[in-house]
Design a protein around this ligand. Structure first.
Ligand SMILES: CC(C)(COP(=O)(O)OP(=O)(O)OC[C@H]1O[C@@H](n2cnc3c(N)ncnc32)[C@H](O)[C@@H]1OP(=O)(O)O)[C@@H](O)C(=O)NCCC(=O)NCCS
Length: 169
């Protein structure tokens, strides 16, 4: 993995994208805990992602502080895909292109990535806008299909999650 800087940011000189390390897990966990959109997980999960899955994850630093991340994995049954599990940018750093740059980083750094996948709730307009913009940037198709229904989440009162698939790239 190499480090890259997004090309078109307001703070171009101080933004850095890199793969996560173990010491970053707490920052990722804190960002998620402070967000009202994403499901909260334990810090243990982010420790695993920052170590065992680091090759398919990225963090964005602004002035040496982690302000965003994207975590993902390569599904064993679909080796050409990179499944994005969570992507998050701190409210103070939104609208600068960071999320899109992080997804492009995962495409560029991953080996032979042909598809980017994720699940998105129908109400998450920012996430839908992000993946539409990514597809446009890559000149790739974007498809939505049913994935998890509210009933699949049992009593936890969760919206449906649709599978979004961008590619082939
Ligand atoms: C979704 C999220 C990661 C976007 O981060 P961001 O860094 O502000 O996004 P970017 O600046 O890279 O924008 C990328 C594209 O998404 C679109 N977008 C971003 N925010 C949007 C919004 N609120 N409504 C509609 N589209 C939006 C932009 O139009 C942009 O497209 P463009 O470059 O063609 O104009 C951020 O809003 C967030 O962290 N939300 C809470 C967590 C979440 O919902 N994550 C996604 C599900 S895992």
């Amino acid at each position: 993995m190499t480090e890259t800087s997004p090309p078109a940011e307001n703070d171009r000189e101080s933004v850095r994208l890199r793969r996560p390390e173990k010491r970053d897990a707490q920052s990722l966990w804190r960002l998620v805990c402070a967000d009202e959109t994403l499901d909260t997980n334990s810090c243990y999960l982010y420790l695993l992602q920052a170590t065992e899955f680091a090759d398919s994850c990225v963090v964005a630093e602004l002035n040496d502080e982690i302000v965003g991340f994207a975590t993902g994995f390569r599904p064993p049954t679909r080796p050409q895909s990179l499944f994005v599990w969570q992507v998050l940018v701190a409210p103070s750093a939104r609208g600068m292109g960071l999320a899109k740059q992080m997804l492009l980083y995962l495409v560029e750094q991953g080996e032979a990535v042909q598809f980017i996948e994720a699940t998105i709730t129908p109400s998450n307009a920012p996430s839908r806008g992000l993946f539409a913009s990514l597809a446009s940037r890559l000149g790739a198709a974007i498809e939505y299909s049913r994935c998890f229904e509210p009933a699949d989440f049992g009593a936890s009162d969760h919206e449906a999650e649709e599978l979004v698939r961008v590619g082939p790239i």
